[in-house]
Ligand binder design. Sequence first.
Ligand SMILES: [Zn+2]
Ligand SMILES: [Zn+2]
Length: 888
Amino acid sequence: MAIPKNFDHQYIESKWFTAWDSDMYRYSGEGIKERFIIDTPPPYPTGNFHLGNALNWCYIDFIARYKRMKGYDVKFPQGWDCHGLPTEVKVETTYNLTKNQIPRAEFRGLCESLTRENIALMKGTMQRLAFSIDWSQEFVTMDKAYYVKTQKSFVQMYNNDLIYRDEHPVNWCPRCETAIAFAEVDYDSRSTILYHLFFEGSDLGSVEIATTRPELLSACVAVAVNPSDERYVRLIGGTVRTPLYNEDVAIIGDEAVDPTFGTGAVMICTFGDKQDVRWWKKHNLPLKKVIGKDGRMTDQRYGGLTIGEAKERIIGDLFESKLLKKQERVEQNVGFHDRCKTPIEILSESQWFVKIDKDAILARAAEIEWIPSYSFHRLKNWTASVEWDWCISRQRIFATPIPVWYCDRCGRVVVAEESWLPLDPTQEAPRCLCECGSSSFAPEYDVLDTWMDSSLSALNAAGWPNAQYKRQFPTQLRPQGHDIIRTWAFYTILRSDALVGSKPWERVIVNGMVLGEDNQKMSKSLGNIIAPESVIEQYGTDAVRQWAAIGGSVGSDVPYNTKDLTASSRFLTKLWNVFRFAMLHLTEGVQPVTYGVQNPSEIWLIYNLVDLVESVTSSMDRFAFDEALKEIRSFVWSTLADHYVEAVKGRLYERDAYSLAALYLALDAIVKLLAPFCPFFAEELFSHINPSAESVHLNSWPAFNLRPRDVTASDPTASSGVVQQITFTASQAEVQEARRTGELVKEIIASVRRYKSEQRIALNARIEGVFVYLNRDMFYGAPDISNALNADIEYRRGKPDIHERVTDVRPDLSSLGPRFKSNAKRMAELINNSPTEEIADQIGKGSVTIDGHVFAPTDFIVKKELFAEGMVVDVIELSEGTILVKRT
Ligand SMILES: [Zn+2]
Ligand SMILES: [Zn+2]
């Protein structure tokens, strides 16, 4: 089949998109080949697979394709992390309703159909990007087939005392009206006002406290001062009265109070912030709830008002009562819900919690290889900052139901048995009576944090809870973004340790973010988001994938830039053209050959190719995709296109079996090395060069064993995987010598071509008389490169005898003028009329005298030429010799 003249990515992509078998990447699980299981991220189905996702998935696909070619049984599943708030909000706005206006099942149904539409959109983009996903392993967390596992994990951890229900302060989003976990709280600083309030003393004395949250005054349960603060130490143990509310609260001493902040006295409320919770626990203080789940006040003074309204009112009331002493502007760190950016409150609520064993998590995390290694520190720092257990219950609908009921008579908690699952307790009753004999239950309406679903992805990939998981766990690789180390990575490690007592993966590879062309993180608000579809349309999938590979080392942020995309397309066009030229000669296939000393250029190419394969393999093993792709590109541009093809052009037309065989060998290997990066392009080329073979993606990664005549088959590489043997009639020493000659040939060709370009001689123009002098014996005669250079070449041994000769001497008027003034013209004539050799001779001695007039060497413009072998020549120096080119 003829190769089209021009490289057209759209034609190639649509051709292979249709031709590829969807079963091609199926995981066998038979255990014959070594397993490589990837714990692929299940993205949230927003409907938009963005460029940041594309980067992460390109990395995964490079690894999956490489490992498959290396002979592994690769499992590359794809899941969808469906549950959660954004979909609920989208449904509410789309249908203009709130979740409580329609039955739960109906609301859930609307969320499910929106999710399925979004999955289809994202799947389309992923398929266009040619990710080698085994779609038979697709999982959808909102489907019973998946969430039955989440429920089982809940029951098992509950039965093992790793999950409990308790009233405890939790982070609460008043907008979403649900509890959230610490991992979902983003802290950010904002400017606010610090108010100084007067607390009247009831016994030891009065005190002025400073607070940013006066609206919590009715929740004040104590006033705290630092015990080393001399201003207040005598007050500790006494009480003061809260302004407006006139309630007596204790004054306590605590080292955590900063005497330099505000007045050095603070009120402890339940709860203004995390520090209040620490003090409340430590000093065993009472609990006063003044904020409701909807974020409105519940106290007797300001009940029904929002927090903002209550704050405004209380400031006014305090001011009128002259209890507000001072206001000052301060910067404060505030927690926001990561999904909706609403400032969170801390409320004491009955919730479900997973116990966090920090030491166990850190021990497991230390068993895992983290790439890049600094990502491990992010996990360590996060773990150290965790203070409360993981709150896993959410007051929402679209999530995995908690399989629990409460007895109406005795209040006992009934947790489902594993065999009843999956189930929704709001739709069915427990299949047993309560221990008290009652059959009347209230269901648990709360649902699970969506990280409870996704933190099972590694176990799910290994086949848990089926017993087969034991053979497949831990998985080999977790690829993910650094922004979800504190959530997805942390929770997955916790759950794997809790459920099966193992680390979830052998290694985790953490990718950076994609930056916009302005080098800012891509975001809607900055307007620098780029949809992958438009980039694919313009540059093609294989160029987009190269951009992902070459943009930086794994873990670094990668900027989107059109320069890389253009360079990627240019590279493919270059290789396409080289390939097309090569295929003119390779159409009839190649004969098996044994290389000998007469093939220095072929031996040089083969050794360079072997070096390339070794270094690309090592780069791929280190996940250094940028290095791997740069090495391949550089080989194609300089080693293959600029040198080898040019050097053997003439021999290709003569159908020289060695040149053809080496060319085939190199192209076949390059196409295979390129397959993980450019799957469409590599497949197209592979189908031309190996028309009867199956897909390049089912082929083996290239590996060679070089066998000079005197090297026996004991090479260790010969025993691992599919290794191509390349044999030589020459001995090891002779092969090395031929390789050196090949290197020299390359230098000669490159030098003469550079010379032509400097002399403005067309590259294909013929030049006569090129004499190559070598300091050493050319091994087994000199290779014929006359054709490659379009020049007559003669080789000679030794150093050429080169003389410099002055061929012309002219007066330099710019020097003569100032010195001889009106006489200058006459002096110039004098010079012009004197014999060149005589003047040249005197210039060499430092001064020139003509007719009694003394001249300086600077008075002359001297033209020199190089002479050798009786010709005027140009000289090109080589590392091991000299080239003379006859001047014409
Ligand atoms: Zn929220
Ligand atoms: Zn009961």
